[in-house]
Design a protein around this ligand. Structure first.
Ligand SMILES: *Cc1c(COP(=O)(O)O)cnc(C)c1O
Length: 370
């Protein structure tokens, strides 16, 4: 956590994150399928919520963290002693550091193992093997490749602790794609000399929909933060998701703008009468994308629209004489019964909530609240 002179702040609710984890764990326990290994996915700065804040909130509720890169894992290692899995492909040059800091790496291909065992065969490295069952991104994809991998592993100090795959379409209503991926996964598991201790397949969407695919754990990302993985999954949620993020700033200046004056770059907004314009210290370099002109914000329980071109560091909103400098502006969150969510932004932007929340930049200070 870092204090800042700029009032543009993200506040992350500890209790939202804790409840999101506890609720899904309880839902599984009720079905006699306890989640043995709960991987909290905190890549991309905790989905933009702030890795440190998310780790502090979730650490007591989970037993594994997952990130995308070794660099993220090294940053995370300074915050926790829990095991860390790097989900993506890591350069083999990172192996010594992964060993030193007890970071678990993913085997993305046979070629990776060849390279790794040529360079670092004696490093006591913990690995999860990735199986490609339809995503066609990374992973071993045939029985032959798996057999070859285990031959290579014989001359090393590497330990295969886990095996996993990743679903391409678990968030869609049609479940046959996911079922087919599980069928292929099961088929490939037959080639393992023994079953690794942590078998895991489910992301948030699959976790929320298919308790039968829990295996030994789940990799829970987007819904840890209280966000639904897709509009479809949102309609069939078995538990309540509680949004963890609140993004606020303060009115920096009020300008009384005469009629027929232009606001901001390019004059894309022109006043029709004497209008009150409030300037906010947040812009596209913070993650407030330029296409969000027209999006509303909340002040004292009322909504006001962003007008004119959004600047790099500031933007303008249309208010009235009731609004003064210093007032709290909620860009994402709830204020006196009004709410604006990450999903409102992603709908306006024609993208997914994942992209919106991971786009909040490092310039926004994060803090953990109760
Ligand atoms: C990001 C990621 C996840 C988490 O996905 P969500 O949809 O956010 O739950 C799980 N597994 C892998 C391999 C990932 O890359």
């Amino acid at each position: 956590m870092m204090t800042s002179y700029r009032p543009t702040r993200m506040s992350i609710s500890r209790s939202a994150i804790v409840q999101n984890i506890q609720n899904i764990k309880r839902y599984y326990e009720e079905q006699n399928r306890p989640i043995r290994h709960f991987f909290a996915v905190v890549k991309a700065n905790g989905y933009g919520h702030g890795m440190e804040e998310v780790v502090r909130a979730s650490e007591s509720e989970v037993n594994y963290f997952a990130v995308a890169t070794v660099d993220e894992a090294l940053r995370l290692r300074k915050m926790t002693k829990l095991p860390i899995l790097v989900l993506g492909p890591s350069p083999v040059e990172s192996i010594p550091e992964a060993v030193t800091h007890q970071i678990t790496l993913t085997v993305p291909s046979v070629e990776w193992l060849v390279e790794a065992e040529n360079q670092y065969p004696r490093e006591p490295l913990i690995l999860h093997m990735k199986l490609n069952t339809g995503m066609n991104r990374i992973g071993l994809q045939t029985g032959e490749e798996i057999e070859r991998a285990f031959q290579l592993l014989r001359n090393t100090a590497y330990e295969i602790e886990g095996v996993f795959t990743h679903f391409a379409r678990a968030d869609e209503e049609e479940r046959s794609w996911t079922d087919e991926q599980v069928r292929i996964f099961e088929e490939l598991l037959q080639y393992f000399p023994e079953r690794p201790s942590i078998v895991h397949v489910s992301n948030s969407a699959a976790t929320l929909r298919f308790p039968e695919y829990v295996y030994d754990g789940v990799r829970y990302g987007i819904s840890l933060y209280g966000l639904p993985p897709s509009p479809y999954v949102e309609t069939i949620l078995p538990i309540r998701l509680i949004k963890a993020m609140t993004l606020t700033t303060e009115v920096a200046k009020i300008t009384k703008v005469p009629s027929q004056s232009q606001i901001s770059y390019g004059g894309t907004y022109e006043t029709k009468k004497l209008e009150y314009v409030a300037t906010l210290p947040i812009g596209y370099a913070d993650g407030l994308r330029r296409q969000l002109t027209g999006q509303q914000v909340i002040i004292k329980g009322s909504k006001y629209p962003i007008i004119g071109t959004i600047c790099m560091d500031q933007c303008m909103i249309l208010v009235n004489e009731n609004i003064s400098v210093g007032e709290i502006v909620t860009l994402i969150g709830i204020d006196k019964g009004e709410e604006i969510s990450v999903n409102d932004w992603s709908n306006s932007l024609n993208t997914i909530n994942y992209e919106v929340c991971t786009s909040f930049s490092a310039r926004i200070s994060r803090e953990l609240s109760q």
